[in-house]
Design a protein around this ligand. Sequence first.
Ligand code: ADP
Length: 276
Amino acid sequence: RRQLKAVRTAGLGFEAMANDLASAYHAADAGNRAKSQFMATMGHEIRTPLNAILGTAELLQLSDIPDDVRDNVQTIRSSGEALLEVLNEILDYSKIEYGKLEIETRAVNLAELSRSVMDIMASRAKERGNALVLDLPDELQRPWIKSDPTRLRQIILNLVSNATKFTSNGTVTLRLREFSGPNGRQFLRIEVQDTGIGIDEEGRKKLFKPFSQVDASISRRFGGTGLGLTISKEIAERLGGRMGVDSEIGKGSTFWLEMRVDATEAPEMPSPSERP
Ligand code: ADP
């Protein structure tokens, strides 16, 4: 009961803050700098109570509680996680708008990254009756490439999440291929193919524009901000790549990302004696 009260208090504080912030945002409309500063503050101020809600709910689930209460706590958790996702999208979009989206290039293990996305999406895919397939050729099992692992993961997660959302009782495939460009440089093609509802030509034209959803009635049913693909495309370009879609109504869609890759060495692990 005490933990539930903590969740509730954090939730109420969060609501009040969101209202204050919305008024502040309108007030700050005059200058872009104020807006950008506002977004950073908002991110912090919303994330903190939200993490308290999520953390407390998680703790509560570990304690000995009846099944119906457990289900309710799960609802608190899933709603909190959805809220965090929306918050992160809005913040990323604002960073793009103000040219503050950072890219941090490091060694990335593509195979590991792809598998982790598949793991995260497994339960949601199952709920929608979808099979998740990872198609990764042998030559991409081992090597490390230079890129931004967090951002690359964000793009793939967005594409697989969309594919799962707009497909039911079908298949979602994450496919990775390497190919050589005209000057001998190596390129990587990442494809997320689904057997879902598909997108017509008009829809394909506006997909990557901010806040746009192809079919408002469908999207209302599925939720979403209409920012995911805008952010993904922007990141893809910042990573030196390009992104597009091929689709047919009723058959499904293939979202693809192509980028130049430079191979690199695996990051050096500290020797056991150096580890804390
Ligand atoms: P969100 O999903 O948050 O609304 P996105 O930018 O990720 O925003 O997607 C924009 C729109 O593109 C979606 O609302 C949907 O209409 C359409 N869309 C995206 N992925 C797919 C897909 N795999 N199949 C069909 N429609 C899609």
